[in-house]
Design a protein around this ligand. Structure first.
Ligand code: HEM
Length: 235
């Protein structure tokens, strides 16, 4: 009991009756000193929650009726005092290709992601490749062992030599210092032959990286490497 008294500021000087204690703290497990009398069965009251004198109990508002009769029974949170449910998303307002507003997003996470309805920023400039000239066909041609270079060994190529390889049947270009034979790749190029031919016989590094810097030319045209671009003087 002395242990419990240190928790609760009870007036220990004037001993209270059990009924006094019970009226201030309903459901309290506090009891008087064991006076030896038989109290079996009276201890079965569950402990009060929130605990008497706890911060939670102090913070919660008392109901009007409980304030009136002086008892400290906290108001029970009922359905009307709960937060309102989120608004139901208006699915009918969705338009293909029209991005949704932020409120439409906030209302549901089950809608399809925005990327699927958004218009592409720029129209694709890819061309329709002839059947049998897709990326996988190019990959299998590269690994077939067929000669796609047209040279015996890798060469040192000055701009004056590069310039002479500017026809569809013999189209070379230099990208990042490496010279490639583009001719076998022409029908496989997703941007079309015409675009590729713009860099035939010259250094195509700038145009290449302006168009699609993400394309791995080292890998795409590894089987077409003919040599390295060098200055006229060092050729
Ligand atoms: C010489 C090496 C080149 C290689 C290996 C190459 C490869 C490719 C590849 C793989 C794509 C598809 C890109 C993608 O799916 O995102 C592509 C697209 C394209 N390429 Fe090239 N390319 C080369 C040079 C050029 C050059 C010099 C031009 C000239 C402007 C060009 C113009 C284009 C265009 C317009 C597209 C379509 C882009 C689009 O709208 O999606 N390419 N190229």
């Amino acid at each position: 009991m002395s242990y419990l008294r240190s928790w609760f500021p009870l007036d220990t000087a004037t001993p209270r009756s059990r009924s006094n204690v019970a009226s201030t703290m309903p459901g309290s497990f506090i009891e008087e000193e064991d006076d030896g009398s038989d109290t079996a069965g009276e201890d079965d009251v569950p402990p009060a929650f929130p605990a008497p004198n706890s911060a939670q109990r102090a913070a919660r508002p008392m109901s009007k009726s409980s304030e009136a009769n002086g008892s400290k029974i906290p108001t029970i949170l009922n359905d009307t005092s709960l937060m309102l449910p989120p608004p139901i998303p208006n699915l009918a307002s969705r338009q293909p290709g029209v991005p949704r507003t932020t409120t439409q997003f906030a209302s549901s996470s089950l809608l399809s992601p925005m990327g699927t309805t958004e218009k592409p920023k720029k129209p694709s400039r890819k061309v329709a490749l002839a059947p049998g000239f897709g990326p996988l066909d190019w990959a299998s041609l590269k690994s077939s062992g067929e000669d796609l270079r047209g040279v015996e060994t890798l060469l040192r190529i000055p701009p004056s030599v590069l310039k002479t390889h500017n026809r569809r049947e013999d189209a070379w270009t230099a990208i990042n210092g490496k010279v490639y034979n583009m001719t076998p790749y022409l029908p496989y190029h997703p941007g079309g032959e015409k675009e590729l031919m713009r860099v035939a016989g010259r250094d195509g590094t700038k145009l290449f990286s302006l168009t699609h810097a993400w394309v791995n030319v080292d890998f795409m045209l590894d089987a077409c490497l003919v040599g390295f671009l060098v200055s006229e003087s060092s050729a």
